[in-house]
Design a protein around this ligand. Structure first.
Ligand code: MCA
Ligand code: AMP
Length: 495
């Protein structure tokens, strides 16, 4: 799917550029390297590395050799990694030099054929190996249903599940997005998202690479650097936090956005006020779209014809069917609130080695149950109005309360923990925990709980506040009333 030719694929703000034909050569070298390391079609290549152009090339090389790309959030701790390695059984693992010794020592790492290093600057033992290889490698043919990627997504049961993404899922979604959003090789995409998730890896990278567009490469969202590059960009993609941070700077002006034709937001709800303020400041209406790891992009506000409405995520993309149903799966009429279900070539093929969970999440007629509460108007326009699943989205990263609660409950002295999302001016939602002490025990102090969790959980999952209380509010059935807790602590992060 990579565009060929002499056009620039990547441009960094330090002036470094890489053309498409050069990218193809580097991808060929990494493909030969992976094969030399023993990677076979269907094998998993697990990567926990900082964002670099090298890691993009390794991703493309993984697809070229018919293997399955398995990226992991760089924030995951060794304890979390242990689970992923055991579950995915990768053939090759790429990590930083600093992380290698502790990971290599994990019992789960025993079966891995090679653990190579990849640093934030794109160097590492994998690059050294690639230099010794030729730059041509034939693309291993793959069937539409063959796996291309394994992306972990947390679940309400507490443990992460690997979503199996096929080649057809990726190709159908990127072709639809390129058409719907009018991508061409004259586009210049500002890329500041992480590339271990669907938004940065598939939505942003794929659209640009398929169109042969230029990518302004940012290794992270640094507000000043992003604003400095904005005047060169025709397309910007981001989570809502990107846009609220940009609006907080006087450097976001109509003039800075003079070349922008498309501004996309997703991964978390975009506040209507952000949409309205962005338009007032720049003249541009953000195109909000909606998707999931398991499905890629499902709906989008119109790019060409039709209104972009704040608070709506638009219409089902071409070729994708969406319906709103009751919890039991009975389709609801227009305007009623229910769970959004989706079917189409974009929908994943199931959870890795978890047939039971897969069965639970699909209807018998093939619709996938999103767990998001939505309404659909008579004309098909969708609005996400809440979540049927107990999920917090903080700065675009998903945090499942159950996972955090399990970790807190394991701390000596804790009776019970309830983890909730509270309104947060920067991250949209901020994670907070409310805990009780065990019977006849004094609960540990907030700092102590935080310190214990810090060694176990990625930073973005850590509660930003922990409240110790005598007891948790319960309903008549004895179930903890999280809505009550959210009300009580609503102002916690509001400045
Ligand atoms: C960083 N921290 C966070 C987050 N990010 N805490 C909660 N939520 C977060 N998202 C922690 C840091 O470790 C740090 O902790 C403190 O918060 C402040 O960090 P800061 O420097 O402000 O953060 P940052 O490095 O600027 O990162 C914020 C960010 C980043 C740019 C919003 O989180 C980000 O790039 N998010 C994008 C996520 C994304 O791509 N999601 C797509 C998922 P301390 O102070 O203790 O050190 S794909 C998806 O959802 C579907 C498919 C879809 O529809 O797209
Ligand atoms: P993930 O598991 O990281 O793929 O996150 C998918 C979830 O992000 C969806 O199920 C929604 O809850 C949420 N999401 C993505 N885009 C939007 C959006 N535009 N508005 C509201 N929620 C969204």
């Amino acid at each position: 799917m990579l565009a060929a030719g002499k056009g620039v694929a990547f441009e960094q703000s330090d002036g470094f550029t890489l053309r498409y034909d050069q990218v193809l050569g580097i991808v060929g070298r990494f493909a030969n390297t992976l094969v030399a390391l023993g990677v076979k079609p269907g094998d998993r290549v697990m990567v926990q590395a900082e964002k670099s152009i090298t890691s993009v090339c390794i991703y493309l090389a993984t697809l070229k050799v018919g293997a399955v790309y398995n990226p992991l959030n760089t924030a995951y701790t060794t304890a979390e990694l242990d689970y992923f390695i055991t579950d995915a059984e990768p053939a090759v693992l790429l990590v930083s030099k600093a992380a290698k010794p502790s990971l290599a020592a994990l019992p789960a790492a025993k079966g891995i054929r090679a653990i190579e290093t990849l640093e934030a600057d794109g160097t590492g033992s994998i690059l050294d190996l690639a230099f010794k290889q030729g730059d041509v490698h034939p693309t291993v043919p793959r069937a539409p249903n063959d796996l291309a990627a394994l992306l972990y997504t947390s679940g309400t049961t507490g443990r992460s599940k690997g979503a199996m993404i096929t080649h057809e899922n990726l190709v159908s979604n990127v072709e639809t997005l390129c058409k719907s959003w009018g991508f061409s090789n004259t586009d210049v995409l500002l890329h500041a998202l992480p590339i271990f998730h669907v938004h940065g890896l598939f939505v942003a990278l794929h659209t640009a690479l398929l169109a042969g567009a230029k990518i302004l490469w940012h290794t992270k969202f640094d507000l000043a650097a992003v604003l400095a590059d904005l005047p060169k960009a025709t397309v910007m993609m981001g989570v809502p936090t990107f846009y609220t941070r940009m609006l907080g700077s006087p450097a976001l002006t109509k003039d800075a956005c003079r070349k922008l034709r498309l501004v996309v937001a997703g991964s978390a709800p975009l506040l209507a006020e952000t949409h309205v303020e962005f338009k007032a400041r720049t003249g541009l209406e953000i195109v909000e779209r909606y998707g999931m790891t398991e499905t890629g992009m499902i709906t989008s506000n119109p790019y060409n014809e039709g209104a972009r409405i704040a608070g709506s995520v638009g219409f089902a993309l071409p070729g994708i069917s969406v319906r709103i149903a009751t919890a039991e799966g009975k389709p609801l009429p227009a305007g009623e609130t229910g769970v959004l279900e989706v079917k189409g070539p974009n929908v994943f093929s199931g959870y890795w080695r978890n047939a039971e969970k897969t069965k639970d999440e699909f209807r018998s007629d093939g619709y996938f149950i999103s767990g998001d509460l939505a309404t659909m108007a008579a004309d098909g326009r969708v609005a996400i109005v809440g979540r049927a699943k107990d999920l917090i989205i903080s700065g675009g990263f998903n945090v499942y309360p159950k996972e955090i609660e399990d970790e807190i409950n394991a701390i000596p002295g804790i009776g019970e923990a309830a983890v909730i999302g509270l309104p947060h001016p920067d991250f949209g939602e901020g994670v907070a925990a409310v805990v009780t002490g065990g019977a006849g025990q004094q609960a540990p102090l907030e700092q102590e709980i935080m310190a214990r969790l810090g060694t176990r959980l990625a930073k973005f999952k850590l509660p930003k506040r922990v409240f110790v209380v005598a007891e948790l509010p319960r309903n008549a059935m004895g179930k903890v009333q999280k809505a009550e807790l959210r009300k009580t602590y609503d102002a916690t992060f509001k400045s």
